[in-house]
Design a protein around this ligand. Structure first.
Ligand code: SAM
Length: 181
């Protein structure tokens, strides 16, 4: 499967990663490695673990975005992490297109409605976030942004809008999420 070439959503998220990433960082669904290497360039970042379900993406990222602070690992969301691994910043630009019959590409499709993988991520992320930690998350109207943010709140996340952009058929936004201490 082709590796996800950074798109407008990647660029929008990248701006906030460059400003806000700190401490130990997890780049979920690293794809080409663009967010991982952006985070690694921040002085406030100590380490970056970049994971992806797609082995080809990891081969590409290791080759094109190697950095002394970054290590790459295969993982389906958090399943490849040890229970005790936790992070100050978790980044995720998820696949969010609603699946159509036969569509399986992991870089693009997020489930029947598009938001299923993001909600699974929000359920699992809290176990791997350090106290005072933050999540930087991309959300799209194609995957019902309002539903995703309602689910986030129901799961105990606080959130703020960092930025958004409108493209042809969708509005993409980047949110910072955190948990009450
Ligand atoms: C929209 S791309 C984003 C790539 C990159 N982070 C960026 O901002 O350009 C989504 C990435 O998530 C990965 N992915 C999809 N499902 C995943 C899962 N269950 N666990 C980990 N990564 C997943 C895909 O392989 C793909 O590389």
């Amino acid at each position: 499967m082709p590796v996800y070439e950074p798109q407008e959503d990647s660029a929008l998220l990248q701006q906030f990663v460059a400003k806000l990433a700190c401490g130990d960082v997890l780049d979920m669904g690293t794809g080409s490695g663009i967010q991982a290497v952006t985070a690694a360039a921040c002085e406030a970042v100590q380490s970056v673990l970049a994971v992806d379900i797609d082995e080809e993406a990891l081969v590409f990222a290791r080759e094109h975005h190697a950095h002394e602070k970054v290590s790459y690992r295969k993982s389906d969301l958090f399943s490849g992490l040890k229970e005790e691994e936790s992070f100050d910043t978790i980044i995720f630009n998820p696949p969010y297109l609603p699946n159509e019959e036969g569509d399986e590409h992991p870089a693009l499709y997020g489930g029947k409605h598009g938001w299923e993988l993001t909600v699974r991520f929000l359920k699992e992320a809290k176990r791997h976030l350090k106290a005072g930690g933050q999540v930087l998350l991309v959300v799209s109207t194609l995957a019902n942004s309002e539903h995703v943010l309602r689910e986030a709140q129901r799961l105990g996340w606080h959130h703020e809008l960092l930025g958004e952009e409108a493209y042809f058929f969708e509005r993409v936004s980047v949110h910072r999420l955190w948990r009450q201490p």
